[in-house]
Ligand binder design. Structure first.
Ligand SMILES: [Zn+2]
Length: 432
């Protein structure tokens, strides 16, 4: 009896020591490998619809590290690309994250079939204390596996690492409740606001933030989200509208008519954008463009972009944030642009709110009632039913969504429970 008690007691003591240590270990892990700054690897992502190549440009020091310090390894692996950072000496994986890019969207255009083109991109990691090896992997359409497309060893004492602070801009704390390392940091950068229009920019950030905090699941996570505004000043007001022959000199070089789509507002000038975003602790870049023309876009862990003065701005922003923050897919299937080949119906897409039913167990199956049929019919009885509704991801057949309607399908609705769960998981991953 005594022995059993003793063993039991030992287990309790050992367990509590282990728990205490694992916490300290997680915190120390960051301090063991990294400094409290960022390292940016600038490069050009080049190729055609079928090929891709990385052309290295330079390394840059970033003053702030606003990212994760506890969850150093990305447990989601969403996105088309995966960045892995290893300690060079011990080969330990010490940091990772997934993302998507504008280059990849361009690969679906007609011109990509014959033209070789390059887009600026950056990898952002915490600044290492020792030599590291960085790998960039690209997801393969055929089987969803990741293939290495670039690697480099980096010595943190390399004299060519660029420490120049290229820009200055006023930074305003719009809603800062937690330390950046314990929060999801949304950094708003304005484009097409002149010096005299900067108060307009702050007003637009405030309007959109107020709407965000009225929307679930952001409303319930207010204390875990920081909002910063970086007042980039443009020479001219507005943005490029090529279809109207309007061209403006602006800080972030945004434009409509991306890839021939009139309302697709983007910037391909990633390095300039990153120069501004790095002035604040940053997890997500949110670009507000000083125009009233409807438009926007969102690319996972890359940026989201919204027309700041269009009547639908709030709705568009939150929808695009669904893409850029949580890698959610579009739940609609009718669009002016046809993306026939975006999803391979023989594999399970990584998006948490889409399924091809190839591996539905990995998706929202555990949120379904036992008597919900798969596929689930769209009828008035099912408006509040989590199901498996055919039609999503730009395709009427073969791809399924979890809810009849959702913010990822149309404006003016709530996020469905599956999208809310995915966003919640991401916020907590940053805020833990
Ligand atoms: Zn949804």
């Amino acid at each position: 009896m005594k022995t059993i008690y003793k063993v039991f007691l030992n287990i309790i003591i050992l367990t509590s020591i282990f728990l205490a240590n694992s916490n300290i270990y997680a915190q120390n892990n960051f301090d063991k490998w990294f400094k409290n700054n960022g390292l940016r690897i600038d490069y050009y992502h080049t190729g055609t619809s079928k090929t891709e190549q990385i052309l290295f440009k330079e390394l840059k020091f970033e003053k702030h590290w606003g990212g994760r310090k506890k969850n150093l390894i990305d447990k989601f692996e969403y996105g088309s690309y995966l960045v892995k950072v290893y300690d060079a000496k011990t080969k330990t994986l010490i940091y990772s994250y997934g993302f998507c890019s504008l280059f990849e969207e361009w690969q679906f255009t007609e011109e990509a079939k014959t033209l070789n083109r390059g887009f600026p991109e950056s990898l952002i990691i915490p600044f290492p204390k020792n030599n590291i090896k960085v790998e960039l992997l690209s997801r393969q359409f055929e089987d969803n596996s990741f293939k290495k497309i670039f690697e480099m060893e980096i010595n943190p004492n390399d004299l060519t690492i660029n420490y120049e602070q290229k820009l200055e801009a006023e930074i305003k704390e719009i809603h800062v409740k937690s330390k950046p390392e314990n929060a999801l940091d949304l950094v708003f950068v304005g484009d097409g606001y002149t010096k005299n229009e900067i108060n307009d920019f702050y007003k637009n950030v405030k309007q959109i933030s107020d709407y965000l905090f009225d929307t679930e699941p952001f409303n319930s996570n207010k204390e875990k989200i920081n909002i910063w505004a970086v007042a980039a000043i443009s020479l001219e007001s507005g943005t490029d509208i090529p279809q109207d022959k309007i061209w403006k000199s602006t800080a972030l070089n945004t434009n409509f008519y991306t890839f021939g789509s009139e309302r697709y507002l983007t910037t391909s000038d990633y390095h300039s954008l990153r120069d501004y975003a790095s002035l604040a602790p940053c997890d997500q870049i949110c670009i507000l463009v000083n125009t009233d023309i409807y438009g926007g876009g969102g690319i996972y862990n890359f940026w989201n972009i919204t027309s700041a003065k269009n009547p639908y701005k709030n709705e568009v922003f939150v929808h695009e944030l669904g893409h850029s923050l949580a890698a959610l897919g579009d739940e609609y299937y009718e669009d002016e642009v046809s993306y026939e080949e975006i999803y391979n119906k023989n594999t399970e897409p990584y998006q948490a709110n889409l399924t091809t039913l190839v591996d539905f167990d990995s998706k929202w199956k555990n949120m379904l009632d036992d008597d919900t049929p798969i596929p689930t019919p769209v009828n008035s009885l099912n408006f509040k039913t989590i199901g498996v509704y055919e039609g999503a991801g730009y395709q009427a057949k073969g791809i399924y969504r979890p809810y009849i309607n959702c913010k990822m399908k149309s404006l003016g609705t709530e996020f469905c429970p599956v999208c809310q769960r995915a966003i919640n998981e991401i916020i907590n991953f940053y805020a833990e």
